[in-house]
Design a protein around this ligand. Structure first.
Ligand code: ZN
Length: 150
């Protein structure tokens, strides 16, 4: 595994729309492993491929230690409720903002074996799904924050 460089705000990569993964290859699996290592080294709870300079629809999330969720071509298929709370981003270091998100979110994606899997999360996990999937469309939380805290 290798730690990758995290792209920071100001880099145009973060504003681009990512392409779907058509075929899961050994390179895809290496990227997933490297993204998990990079996320953990940065003490993050989520990382999207464009944050390491790769314009593909791939996300890793670890809200609960040891429970890594790997999402390939993810889509939000259901959401409900609302939560308002603090959010940050590894690509926007040293800042935080208040963002309103759904309280419950269900995501459908491929896992590393190419199987379709649905994941349902609430609270922080629901927030992570929304935040990380936004990255795949070039969106950052600072675009939707009602207030920045710094
Ligand atoms: Zn982010």
């Amino acid at each position: 595994m290798a730690k990758l460089k995290i792209v920071k705000i100001g880099d145009s990569t973060l504003r681009k729309c990512c392409r779907p993964v058509d075929k899961i290859t050994p390179r895809t699996l290496t990227l997933l492993d490297d993204m998990v290592e990079t996320m953990r080294a940065a003490n993050g709870c989520g990382l999207a491929a464009p944050q390491v300079g790769i314009l593909r629809r791939i996300v890793v999330i670890e809200v609960k230690e040891g429970e890594v969720i790997e999402l390939i071509n993810p889509k939000i298929i259901a959401y409900s409720g609302e939560q308002t709370g603090e959010e940050g981003c590894l690509s926007v270091p040293g800042r935080a903002g208040i963002v309103t998100r759904p309280m419950h979110v269900t995501v459908r994606a491929l896992n590393r074996h190419g199987e379709t899997v649905d994941y349902t999360g609430s609270e922080l996990l629901a927030r992570a799904f929304c935040h990380e999937l936004d990255h795949l469309d070039g969106k950052l939380y600072i675009d939707v924050a009602s207030e920045m805290l710094d």
